[in-house]
Design a protein around this ligand. Structure first.
Ligand code: OAA
Ligand code: MG
Length: 589
């Protein structure tokens, strides 16, 4: 109370005006542009003082408050005498985090840092991206969701449950930030390859949005994680006394779709049509339908269908440098015909059809899918779900993956089944029998669900495999050679894709933007990477990569007439870079 009075005396606001309603892309980013050259704008002085300032994660700098700031912001005595730089704080935190051996403890330490000092959290994440991505994101975030009820301390996003039916607009208005640019929403029904985690799926939107900021450059205050809770069919959670969600079986059908409809229209009403909604980890039976329903009326994309497709296509295009030929010269076999499998298959077909100038149906014939019932073939067409039908080609029925590998003789094997250890030694050896360099992608997450490990892929092919996975694997030494697995995770794509949509003021996501994102990523793989057998660039350069992806996506948005931010900047890469949030401390006078 006292500190608020002090602020009022000084004419300061307790609210950061950068979060006020209104403002397009330019004024939104003014805050961070100003911060970079330490300009003092009216915004940067509008922070709370004293004890409140130390408790405000958006503005707190801890020991890094200077002597002058300690005087001018009533911090004397509230901090010990030492003054630290942001770099020294980083050093200390990395030491602390490395001292925790249990990955979940590292996760909790990072979340606590985010709640204490947002800029330091993002600085740490950006400067140590390869080390910390597996902590705040896949695979550790999977375990965090499984135990979310126990580790839950403070809400990090919005929970919209069936109890909020009819009141969703009010709920959105309860969120403290107004100027939202990106929402990641899940209903928790298919969290990674871990299944239905209900309300505890919240860890996923939180993790994805941390990457939007760290990897893509979207301001943290413009990001909104949302979990829609319609119940869970996970009995273990329903019986768990610490479960944080609705204690009921999942609502389905009309009840489910009515809630989603209310949510989507409330989002548009509250934030306008340029807010991006990323659907994440919905179950297959809803994911395709929600995407089809909203892609023509809202700025939406499904990360598991489209983001994953774009990242895999980039890896495939890059791998042609090592394999030779064009995509049309290859044959693709998938294990798993859900969101990721059919999404990737469709984008590959689109790319082949565009590049080879052949009808998409012809292009699809290069691509085969196996689901839990075996190879998808035309005799099964009647009973297939609609998203599998385009892949039902003429062939005799085959019930196992191994039989399919032997019969189809693919050059590329892609796992999107969500089931670990399904690329058995026999399967991988069969791939190596007729391919000089078999391309193997074990995409299911987290690590426990990967179809095979990097070590297995390299040893079972005597080091000939080109291997990528959804979850990270360490480099592996085999016969004196070091092999570096690629991480074919949508994390390469969605931050740049989303940022490109935001900076161009796009109003719809078009498939050509996914191709543009994919192309930009593939272009970032250099000869130096190819020489090491890599088909993805290292994550250490991810902000530069994201700027290129954003620029390519924005260019496509302008070309397609879907961009509303006019005039079109002449150099989109430079423009993207200049708009990116940077977490260096600002000075408060
Ligand atoms: O979150 C990840 O690591 C990738 C992804 O979207 C999924 O597995 O559902
Ligand atoms: Mg996902």
């Amino acid at each position: 109370m006292e500190s608020i009075l002090k602020q009022m005396k000084e004419g300061e606001s307790v609210v950061d005006p950068s979060s006020a309603v209104g403002g397009g892309v330019d004024d939104v980013y003014g805050e961070d542009r100003a911060s970079e050259d330490q300009l003092i704008t009216p915004w940067t002085v509008s922070v709370a003082s004293g004890y409140t300032l130390l408790r405000d994660p958006h503005h707190n700098k801890g020991l890094a408050f200077t002597e002058r700031e300690r005087d001018s912001h009533y911090l004397r005595g509230l901090l010990p005498p030492a003054v630290a730089t942001q770099e020294l704080q980083e050093k200390k935190l990395m030491q602390n985090i490395r001292s925790y051996e249990v990955p979940l403890h590292r996760y909790v330490a990072m979340m606590e840092l985010e709640e204490r000092n947002e800029r330091l959290f993002y600085k740490l994440l950006i400067d140590n991206v390869e080390e910390l991505l597996p902590v705040v994101y896949t695979p550790t975030v999977g375990e965090a969701c499984q135990k979310y009820g126990s580790i839950f301390k403070r809400p990090q996003g919005l929970y919209i449950s069936l109890k909020e039916k009819g009141k969703i607009l009010e709920v959105l208005r309860n969120w403290p930030e107004r100027n939202i640019q990106v929402i990641v929403v899940t209903d928790g029904e298919r969290i990674l390859g871990l299944g239905d985690l209900g309300c505890q799926g919240m860890g996923i939107p939180v993790g994805k949005l941390a990457l939007y900021t760290a990897l893509g450059g979207v301001r943290p205050s413009a990001c909104l994680p949302i979990t829609i809770d319609v119940g869970t069919n996970n009995q273990k959670l329903l019986d768990d006394e610490f479960y944080i969600g609705l204690r009921q079986k999942r609502a389905t059908g009309k009840e489910y779709y009515d809630l989603l409809e209310e949510f989507m229209s409330a989002v548009k009403q509250n934030y306008g049509e340029k807010v991006l909604v990323q659907f994440e980890d919905f179950a297959n039976h809803n994911a395709f339908e929600l995407l089809a329903k909203y892609r023509t009326s809202h700025l939406v994309f499904n990360d598991d269908i489209q983001g994953t497709a774009s990242v895999v296509l980039a890896g495939l295009v890059a791998s042609l440098k090592l394999l030779g030929g064009s995509l049309a010269d290859h044959t693709f076999l998938f294990l798993g015909a859900g969101e990721a499998g059919t999404g990737i298959a469709e984008l590959i077909a689109l790319e082949i059809s565009t590049k080879a100038n052949i009808p998409i149906d012809e292009a699809r014939k290069k691509i085969w899918l196996v689901d839990s019932k075996g190879l998808i073939v035309s005799s099964r067409k009647e009973t297939l779900q609609h998203f599998k039908k385009p892949w039902a080609h003429e062939h005799e029925p085959l019930s196992t993956l191994l039989d399919a590998v032997k019969a189809i003789k693919p050059s590329v094997l892609i796992g999107t089944s969500g089931v670990g250890q399904t690329f058995t030694q026999n399967v991988v050896e069969a791939m190596a029998a007729f391919n000089e360099r078999p391309l193997i992608m074990a995409l299911s997450n987290p690590t426990s669900q990967a179809e095979c490990t990097a070590e297995q892929a390299y040893t079972w092919t005597q080091g000939r495999a080109i291997f990528s996975s959804g979850s990270p694997f360490d480099p592996y030494e085999y016969n004196g050679n070091l092999f570096i697995p690629g991480q074919a995770n949508n994390a390469y794509i969605f931050p740049g894709l989303g940022f490109g949509l935001v900076i161009s003021g796009a109003i719809r996501v078009h498939d050509e933007m996914l191709l543009a994102a994919s192309e930009a990523l593939a272009n970032q793989v250099t000869q130096e990477h190819y020489d090491k057998g890599m088909i993805y660039p290292p994550l250490t350069n991810i902000r530069k990569i994201s700027a290129h992806i954003a620029a390519n996506v924005a260019a496509k948005a302008y070309d397609l007439g879907l961009a509303t931010r006019l005039p079109r900047p002449t150099d989109l890469v430079k423009y993207a870079e200049s708009c990116m949030y940077t977490p260096n401390y600002r000075s408060y006078r």
